[in-house]
Design a protein around this ligand. Structure first.
Ligand code: CAA
Length: 246
């Protein structure tokens, strides 16, 4: 297989770390952004102890200028990025009638504007090299909606709209663009939902359990492979059967 340079935004988080591990195991050189230097350095050490020499670049995905610097830093160290996983995301859950503008806009900027900010900085390199893999990490809640998540569901649904447009524009340049829509995975984000609310959610999952971060990384790795060259504009659900719409 060909070793590529892969950027996983939010790589230090629960699902992000699993994607970093999986793409590194597939032989790629992996990089991630960070915002909190102290936390990121500890994480980088952990990855290095596991034998994964991950490259880190400071960058706030909600800020276009910060993304330009971040992508340039990675390019200077490793070379042009040919696999991008737009994974960074946050929640600011609240029923809509109580939602503050800040809760709306922080989620839109971090989860959706980030797709523009990061992808725009490297799409020209991918087009020039006539090879690229872009994967958006959306959510089951972008597909089905969720009580308390008007902001998050709107941003996550928007990510797949972004996917299917980019997929059309870039298909002839050897670039595939796909979405993975995870269900409820046992990360800090999901574990911070009140226990009683979370228990009711788990009851609705046919598999009867939360997902593992590795189960999402498996789906991401599938889209990034050489053999996935004819799969573009797809939205792959990995949710334990929680939502089966198509
Ligand atoms: N359907 C119908 N009613 C619901 C409901 C639902 N799914 N969830 C809560 N309610 C009801 C409650 O029973 C309660 O009713 P009563 O007042 O009659 O008792 C009422 O709504 C509470 O409404 P409030 O506006 O007062 O809500 P709150 O401020 O207490 O909290 C909330 C609301 C923050 C949204 C809380 O319900 C919550 O955290 N829900 C979980 C949201 C969620 O799933 N987030 C996912 C985070 S993980 C993630 O996003 C990863 C991913 O991609 C899957």
């Amino acid at each position: 297989m060909t070793s590529r340079i892969a950027l996983i935004t939010g790589g230090t988080g629960g699902i992000g770390t699993a994607i970093v591990r999986r793409l590194a195991a597939a032989g790629h050189q992996v990089a991630s952004n960070y915002r909190d230097a102290a936390k990121a350095e500890l994480w980088q050490k952990r990855m290095r102890d596991e034998g994964i020499p991950v490259t880190l670049a400071q960058g706030d995905v909600s800020d276009p200028q910060s993304c330009q610097k971040m992508v340039q830093t990675i390019k200077d160290q490793l070379g042009p990025i040919s696999i991008l996983v737009n994974n960074a995301g946050i929640t600011r859950d609240s029923t809509f009638h109580k939602m503050k503008y800040a809760d709306w806009s922080e989620v839109m900027r971090t989860n959706l504007d980030s797709c523009f900010n990061v992808t725009r900085c490297l799409i020209e390199d991918m087009r020039e090299h006539r090879w690229g893999r872009i994967v958006q990490i959306s959510s089951i809640n972008g597909q089905k909606g969720q009580y308390g998540q008007a902001n998050y569901a709107a941003a996550k649904a928007g990510m797949h709209g972004f996917t299917i447009s980019l997929a059309q524009e870039n298909a002839r340049y050897g670039i595939t663009v796909n979405t993975v829509s995870p269900g409820y995975v046992g990360t800090d984000m999901v574990m911070s939902i009140p226990e009683s609310v979370r228990a009711k959610i788990v009851e609705k999952i046919p598999m009867g359990r939360l997902g593992e971060p590795e189960e999402i990384a498996y789906a991401v790795n599938f889209f990034t492979g050489e053999e996935a060259a004819w799969i573009t504009g797809a939205n792959l659900s990995a949710n334990g059967g929680h939502y089966m719409g198509w």
